[in-house]
Design a protein. Sequence first.
Length: 618
Amino acid sequence: MGWILLELQVMNSPFNQEQVDLLNRLLPTLNTTQRIWLSGYIAALPETAAGPTTASAVATPVETSPTTTETVSFSKDVTILFGSQTGNSNGLAKKMSKKLEEQGFQITLSSMGDFKPNQLKKVENLLIVVSTQGEGDPPDNAIPFFEFVHSKRAPQLEHARFAVLGLGDTSYEFFCQTGKDFDKRLAELGAERLVPRVDCDVDFEEPATAWMNDVLAALTQSATASASPAMTDQPAVSSTVESEYTRTNPFQAEVLENLNLNGRGSSRETRHIELSLEGSHLEYQPGDSLGVYPQNHPQLVNDIISAMSWNSDDIVTISKHGDQASLHEALLHHYEITTVTKPIVQQLAELSSSDELKALVAPGREQDLRAYISGIDLLDLIQDHSFAGVSAQEFTSVLRKIPARLYSIASSPQAFPEEVHVTVRAVRYEARGRERYGVCSVHLAERLEAGDTLPVYIQHNDNFRLPENPETPIIMIGPGTGVAPFRAFVGEREETGASGKSWLFYGDQHFATDFLYQTEWQRWLKDGVLTRMDVAFSRDTADKVYVQHRMLERSKELFEWLQEGAAIYVCGDEKQMANDVHLTLEQIIAQEGQLSPEEATEYLTRMQQEKRYQRDVY
């Protein structure tokens, strides 16, 4: 549908000359979204509000199908489903829900894992907010619904309208793939798009807000004239300003402690960092994560400036709002320089005089480009290809904002009020003859001392929560830094006096140097807060032993706990550890429950649906 603006006159409209003059000045300045919203808003006004009005006097829609003079009535019931691993999709879905409720819509807000698929055929307005994991996979809590929608059991949805917001990271090959899959499949089932799908990178606030406003405008435009008065109470679609500290307004937390948890002689360095939240009013639960905004390594920043022959004191614009900073400050604090993504290489190729780089980003070379950018940073790109004469402003204008790093919170708010603790392993390695550093981990390990401050926020994660019933047994599987949230879990259970049994599987390289929080686990075992603990130190024996091996050794007892209703929690590396643990659980369930592999898979799926199998993986 397009719009043809009409020149209003007194003789062809119900307006007086003053009104006609005002409208003729206003209408040409409106964009499509504003016109749609305005026409819907006017249609929804009670007749007594401003006298008789007509949307057709404002703009005439160009139809490609037969038109009707009757008003089409759409339901004001909106279902918002979110699929979220870390909580971002959940937070945005709640924000969208609040916006629509303020405009008089009736909202059903649900995790995809809690939504009953057979209700889909009854939904008229469906909003999907979903992230993508790893190699283009849905988040854990979205898997059952995703599979249902893509199965033969999915109903036809000709009666429904939908919109999809995808969250992802352009540094991954299958960027926002789950959102794309939902968008394609819902259209195949006959549903009509309210607005085009939006795919968000790690800096998602602005595009997500724009998507919300477009959806709100589309829904408002199609609302009937019998809309409830609540729709006219607050017609503005702009976001409300939140006063609490958030992802976009982080709290400067003071560092209380920064300790190395590994013993002398260890090949690893794991920091236990305690931060003060005093005065922030930030609250969290065990299972939540702490978002930390890091600094890039000063050496890498200096090397990039030197390689480009720039002046570190040059001023560059760092935001759409015109904020400025020195080049050194911009590269240190504001831009991602350790990861190179396909979109950034494509944009930088336009600035480069390198024919080789231009050829690399050409259609048909996708696999070559993917192989090239895997593991390189911005300095590698600069050293490999010529960017002579490119100004700092031109170059930095295409870079991504540095994203926050999320760390599982390692403290119970009951045990440590107005504090938050994290467990961070420093990442250092060599590639292409040069030292490489984990951006945030090495910043925290090398350049953060007690008394310093760190910009942080709380990332809530309702997909990783202790059971509501304190008597429920829990099984925790977390090797290495994956043990962090379980320190919070056990600490919380101690403070609240939870009576349910608890079992921890923990692993690392060496017992003598790498047993993180050893004295605390031993105290909790002695006091009965932790019922049992099995450990695996892979480098202390001739054959490498991991947590999944300990699980198999205790398979009978583990399955008995599951039959008693225990909840399982897994935290750590997704690609290897979490996948191996998942396969091990299926093996144990099949073996001890005398079930087929398919039945064991269904057993775990039911546990996920019942929130008895939860994962915090990365």
